[in-house]
Each structure stands twice: as structure tokens, then as C-alpha cells.
Design a protein around this ligand. Structure first.
Ligand SMILES: Nc1ncnc2c1ncn2[C@@H]1O[C@H](COP(=O)(O)OP(=O)(O)O)[C@@H](O)[C@H]1O
Ligand SMILES: CC(C)(COP(=O)(O)O)[C@@H](O)C(=O)NCCC(=O)O
Ligand SMILES: [K+]
Length: 244
């Protein structure tokens, strides 16, 4: 069994894999990392590997204490990936984005792929049909947009995610919900439309904490899978073992 852990900038996601099958998944916050991992290890008690993709500020040491129980692998830029990295600054590319690109390459062979990860930030990653990772875009995610409006103004309240009542916000809160939610939805659809002008055919994968909320609001057809990063992490790890 493999325990895959994704440390994002907001939350930590973990999933238990038996071969390719996702058996159970977990979400927790940074300061409950060790307690949660311990509980998962105790519950299944037959893990061989712990594989981690980390872009959040969690110390490596927090995972190394589990080395007595299983093998601990941190995905890194030095690993083998199934695509050619054409990013001009490959060493600064988020390891989560590399894992997403690897998952898209392995799961959807011989086609152009656009991966959209709606987490703390919304990231776009494009891998062409020849398996060249070209790059993409980074923009603030939904919660970050609400927080920025509050943190950088004197008068705007901090609101939590809500469906806008319509296009035209008729109060401060309605205006914020329309701006944040409609704004991101139009942005994503706008990006997809622009990609469509350059590439006649590509599949779109949407993942991250805001997947469900966004999926039903986009006009474009996408393949929505909240677990895509964890599944990709497990697949990238298997790929690394086979090709090392
Ligand atoms: N319990 C929660 N806590 C924080 N964010 C949440 C929660 N549930 C859903 N979200 C949404 O998930 C997004 C963050 O996604 P996530 O995948 O956890 O980010 P990251 O991978 O960057 O840690 C936020 O924009 C927020 O709207
Ligand atoms: C862009 C990110 C902050 C996204 O993080 P997340 O929203 O998943 O927490 C992360 O992929 C990162 O730190 N990237 C480094 C810069 C780059 O990818 O070019
Ligand atoms: K992201």
C-alpha cells in the first residue's frame, strides 16, 4: 500500500492506494499533520511507501519521523517525469504542477491536455500531444480573492464562498460574491477559449479544493476530479519506480 500526501498552501490532502485503487482519502490542516498520518498508518498497518508532494511550508522533518514504519519519498525536480519540461525556470516550477502534468500525461496519452488546479491559487498547466510541458498560468484562488479584498481595503468585509445571486451585485456582499465567483468563472472560461484558439483539440482536467463549486459553473466541458493530484502522485511514483 502507498500513502500519498499532498501539502498545499491551504490544506493537506492524503490518500491510501492499493495498486491503482484509491481506498480512502483524508483532508487536514498543517498542525494536525503528524497526528493524522499516525492514525492512517495505524488504521491500515500495511504501508510500504509514503510519497509526498509539498509546496506548502511544512518541514521535511515532520515526515522523516515515519521512516521507521515505511519508506519516505519526497517528489522532487530530480525525479523522472513522463514529459519534457520546457519551463524556462524548471527548478522553480511547483512540484504539485509537475505531478499534475505527469498524471495528465500518463492518464491521457497522445493528446493535448490542460490541467486546472483550483486550490489556494488556480494553476493552469498545458502538456502538448508530444508530451512537452509548456507551462500555463498562476492566479489567485477563490478563498484568496475573498481574503485579498478584505485584507487590502478598509471597508470590505471578509466573506465566505457563496453562489452569487446574479450578475449584478445589488449590495456590498452581492458585489463581492459576483466579483469573486463570476470573475473566476469568466477567467477560467476565457483562458479555455483562448487555448482553444491555439489548439484545436485538448482535454481539460479540473481539480483542487474548489473543483465541485466551479465545475457546474463553467460553460466549457471539463473532466472534474478532486482527487486528480493524489491519483497523479500515486501514478508518478509508480512511474518513477519502473523507470529508476
Ligand atoms: N474546509 C476548507 N478549508 C479551506 N478551504 C476550503 C475548505 N473547503 C473547501 N475549500 C476551498 O478550497 C480551496 C483551497 O483548495 P485546496 O485544494 O485545499 O488548496 P491547496 O492545495 O492550495 O492547499 C479554497 O479556495 C476554498 O474555497
Ligand atoms: C503556484 C503554487 C503556489 C500553487 O500552490 P497551491 O495553490 O496548490 O497551494 C505552487 O505550485 C508553487 O509554489 N509554484 C511555484 C512557482 C511555479 O510553479 O512557477
Ligand atoms: K493550485
Amino acid at each position: 500500500m502507498v500513502l500519498a500526501v499532498d501539502v498545499g498552501n491551504t490544506r493537506i490532502k492524503a490518500a491510501v492506494f492499493e495498486g491503482d485503487i484509491l481506498v480512502e482519502n483524508f483532508v487536514f490542516v498543517k498542525n494536525e499533520l503528524q497526528k493524522n498520518i499516525q492514525n492512517i498508518l495505524k488504521k491500515y498497518n500495511k504501508f510500504a511507501d509514503l510519497v509526498i508532494s509539498c509546496v506548502g511550508d511544512v518541514e521535511k522533518q515532520s515526515f522523516l519521523e515515519f521512516e521507521n514504519d515505511l519508506k519516505v519519498h519526497f517528489m522532487s525536480h530530480e525525479d523522472i517525469f513522463p514529459f519534457v519540461n520546457c519551463y524556462a525556470t524548471p527548478k522553480t516550477l511547483g512540484i504539485d504542477r509537475m505531478v499534475l502534468a505527469a498524471g495528465a500525461t500518463l492518464q491521457f496519452p497522445n493528446q493535448n491536455r490542460l490541467v486546472i488546479d483550483a486550490g489556494t491559487c488556480v494553476t493552469f498547466d498545458f502538456i502538448d500531444e508530444d508530451n512537452n510541458y509548456l507551462g500555463g498560468a498562476i492566479t489567485p484562488g477563490l478563498r484568496l480573492r475573498y481574503e485579498s479584498l478584505h485584507n487590502y481595503t478598509a471597508k470590505l468585509p471578509l466573506l465566505t464562498l457563496e453562489s452569487p445571486k446574479g450578475l449584478i451585485g445589488n449590495s456590498t456582499s452581492d458585489s463581492i460574491h459576483s466579483g469573486v465567483v463570476n470573475g473566476l468563472v469568466y477567467e477560467i472560461d476565457g483562458f479555455i477559449d483562448e487555448y482553444s484558439r491555439q489548439y484545436s483539440n485538448f482535454i481539460i482536467i479540473l481539480t483542487g479544493g474548489d473543483t465541485e463549486f466551479l465545475a457546474k459553473r463553467l460553460k466549457n466541458t471539463i473532466f472534474a476530479n478532486s482527487n486528480f493530484l493524489l491519483e497523479s502522485l500515486s501514478q508518478t511514483f509508480q512511474y518513477k519506480i519502473k523507470n529508476d
